[in-house]
Design a protein around this ligand. Structure first.
Ligand code: ADP
Ligand code: ZN
Length: 726
């Protein structure tokens, strides 16, 4: 074999041939290795994906490989196959797909050295010191709490860098070079006795761990789904296999990591998510590739972790939209997880209190097997959900009298409350009282959002990042009468602080936890009872366990009911069930108040009864009647261009090609995207759909080839298979 077939990160959907230098023979066992090649005038890292005797190109046109990385083990064949599947299904170039699965560090010209310390562990002196810490040494106590359960990956301590350095200097902790599997300093947490539903679920799944099966674990919030995952993981680790656990949100990884570590201190736990530094992510990925990970916990990108002994995949909160990547390879990590489990012949468990309608239908049709956990674990009961009719109880500054009274009462009992509003900033719009003009972004088809900052107010675009001071007068009519209209987290925080001056109020949204480690501090403060009222966005809704929280108020939810996006209702229902699920997870019963002007809407009626199946039945009936997913399969061709005309012209040409090829596939007309302009780029889209997935796939494969020949200068296009956004 003298020819190396190399996958490269280029838009061209093929591999590239290179000569194998005689001094550097390669065999089939080298497939999956990283190779350095020259490509045009650049040098690139690629992956060796095949060997051949000859090339279609004459030998004199072929360049030799520049070098072969023999330090990094070859990527496992299963990972190459997974990339192949993703490239085919999402109609994305194979090389670009494969290279996008590698940690960014491996694409740099000079391969970084693995970070000096993989993890840190307490020394004997450190163990002694940890037991003598003063209650006020909060950072040190947090560090000690992490490390008491055994060595902790450097990545998970990134919020505690200063303390860490200090302890290293004092010899209280030591660096550990390899992924830790080492004696722990305390006995593992005792597992609770499983409830009946839990025991049945665990039993059913464990009865079939040696081949593929897709399970839907349908359990209300607090029903103990995580406990089920823990038992399954234990069984899988016991057989020397690895468990891959996906969560929707970076902020959830520390909480779960802690829980896993308390239970299985000896297991080598590795996290993978985009919140890690390049070095940390490289180290963790390497630990996976080297077989040094027992449990891999991560966000959507972890679904591509290089694992050779995979025994189980868990997708927690499987309905969450953040499993869908919205740029580049637009994959759904949940769907890839199911495919990967099938490929590996292992079970995949999809957990949710509000499954995606796709998943629910799959379960109804028998493709997934459903297991129910209808009750909360232990003594906790589901919270009571009440609707506050804002047509009669008119909110002032966003808050109804009923919600204010409930907050007051909760405060006097010393219990915690959460006010949920899914809008960050001070107010969503700046409005002219004279002419009704709303300040918009000059670069996007969107309103500017008013934010309060140290120096005063600023307007911010949530789509392109533009910020500017508010205008002194209306740009339209010149009137000076501009006012903030609507509610955001900052404004609610302000109103609550005026209304309850004695309360300790904490705002939690993307802006307030932007800095690394901030979210962990928030979580600790809530657990320690240092907060009375939380004001927050969906960041707080997902999965967190705050035992003292007994009241949740929901503000401004109605907007989603009026959205042009047909999935908005599904997302709203899931979000409200989830945020309601934060209440009453400790011993005390929880209460939820939802402010709405549509109390009779079927969505809210199902919510009050905690009745996801009723909601799903109604939503699925609507989808079926309207021929929307999951009853059809869709693919969206998205374009952005300098002008509407350019975008539209490209899509008209694309449509003409599609009409030639489409059989059993509906091709719609080009239309502007819901957000029609971002950063001065016009965004248009063309929807195609079919009842048959295989027909749609065959059509897309042919269409994409033809699309690559269309003139497209100055514009970007991408095919979005199973799109979630309009
Ligand atoms: P979910 O993931 O379904 O929201 P969790 O697994 O977080 O639920 O469980 C909610 C709470 O119930 C946790 O505090 C957990 O420790 C507790 N729990 C789970 N299973 C049991 C059980 N069998 N007995 C007692 N408590 C349990
Ligand atoms: Zn903008």
């Amino acid at each position: 074999m003298s020819i190396a077939q190399v996958a490269l990160d280029t838009p061209l959907p093929r591999t590239f041939d290179y000569l194998i230098p005689a001094a550097c023979p390669l065999g089939t066992e080298d497939i999956g290795r990283r190779v350095r090649v020259s490509f045009g005038r650049r040098e690139l890292w690629g992956i060796l994906v095949g060997l051949a005797d000859r090339s279609e190109l004459p030998p004199e046109q072929l360049k030799p490989l520049l070098s072969v990385d023999r330090v990094l083990p070859p990527l496992p064949a299963s990972l190459l196959a997974l990339a192949r599947f993703a490239a085919d299904y999402y109609h994305y170039p194979y090389g670009a797909c494969l290279l996008s699965l590698l940690p960014p560090a491996l694409k740099r010209p000079v391969t970084p050295r693995p970070p000096p310390a993989y993890a840190y562990a307490l020394t004997p002196a450190g163990i002694a010191a940890a037991q003598r810490l003063s209650p006020r040494a909060t950072a040190q106590r947090r560090l000690a709490a992490h490390l008491m359960a055994g060595p902790v990956a450097a990545a998970e301590l990134s919020g505690l860098k200063t303390t860490l350095r200090d302890w290293l200097k004092r010899g209280l902790i030591a660096a550990v070079k390899t992924p830790p599997r080492s004696p722990c300093h305390f006995t593992p947490e005792v597992a609770p006795t499983l409830g009946r539903g839990q025991a049945e679920a665990v039993g059913a799944i464990l009865a079939k761990t040696d081949h593929f099966a897709a399970w839907l674990l349908f359990g209300v919030t607090g029903s103990g789904k995580t406990e089920v995952y823990l038992r399954l993981i234990e069984a899988v680790l016991g057989r020397g296999r690895q468990a891959l656990v996906l969560v929707p949100e970076i902020h959830l990884t520390p909480q779960l990591t802690e829980r896993f570590r308390r239970r299985y201190p000896a297991a080598r736990l590795v996290s993978l998510h985009s919140g890690l530094s390049d070095g940390e992510r490289y180290a963790n990925w390497l630990a996976c590739l080297n077989g040094g990970a027992d449990i891999v916990l991560g966000t959507r990108l972890a679904v591509f972790a290089p694992l050779q002994r995979l025994g189980l995949i868990v997708v927690d909160e499987e309905h969450d939209p953040s499993y869908k990547q919205m740029e580049g390879l637009r994959y759904s990590a949940r769907d890839v997880a199911v495919w990967r489990a099938r490929q590996a012949g292992v079970p995949v468990v999809l957990g949710s209190a509000t499954p995606a309608l796709e998943t629910w239908l799959n379960a109804q049709q028998g493709r997934y097997r459903r297991l129910d956990l209808p009750e909360r674990a232990g003594a906790a009961a589901l919270p009571e959900i009440r609707l506050v009719d804002t047509r009669t109880d008119r909110p002032r500054q966003g808050l109804s009298a009923a919600l204010l009274a409930a907050l007051e009462e909760n405060l006097s009992r010393g219990a915690q409350s959460l006010v949920f509003i899914n809008r960050r900033g001070y107010a969503p719009t700046l409005l002219c009282n004279a002419c009704g003009h709303v300040t918009t972004c000059p670069r996007c088809a969107a309103h500017l959002v008013l934010h309060r900052q140290k120096g005063g107010f600023r307007l911010q675009c949530h789509h392109c990042g533009l910020t500017r001071p508010p205008p002194p007068s209306c740009p339209e009519c010149g009137a000076l009468d501009l006012r903030a209209s609507g509610q955001g987290t900052q404004r609610l925080e302000e109103t609550l602080a005026e209304r309850f001056p004695e309360a300790r109020i904490l705002r939690v949204d993307r802006d307030s936890v932007a800095r690394k480690g901030r979210f962990a501090a928030v979580r600790d403060a809530v657990h320690e009872g240092e907060v009375d009222i939380l004001v927050g966005t969906q960041i707080l809704a997902k999965g967190h366990d705050f035992p003292r929280l007994t009241l949740v108020g929901v503000v401004g939810a109605d907007g989603a009911l009026l959205s042009a996006d047909y999935r908005a209702g599904e997302r709203l229902f899931a979000q409200l069930m989830q945020v309601a699920g934060r209440a009453g997870r400790g011993g005390d019963p929880g209460r939820v108040l939802v402010q709405t002007a549509y109390p009779h809407h079927p969505l809210y009626q199902a919510l009050v009864r905690h009745d996801y199946p009723a909601y799903a039945a109604q939503a699925l009936a609507e989808r079926r009647a309207a021929e929307f997913p999951p009853y059809v399969r869709q693919a969206m061709l998205r374009v952005d261009a300098r002008s509407d005309e350019a975008a539209q012209a490209f899509l008209e040409a694309a449509r003409a090609l599609a009409l030639e090829l489409a059989q059993g596939v509906t091709v719609f007309d080009p239309a502007p995207a819901l957000l029609a302009r971002v950063a001065n780029r016009s965004r248009w889209q063309l929807l195609t759909q079919s009842r048959s997935r295989s027909r749609l796939q065959a059509f897309l494969a042919a269409w994409v080839q033809r699309l690559r020949d269309l003139p497209a200068s100055g514009l970007n296009w991408i095919l979005d298979v199973d799109p979630l956004e309009f």
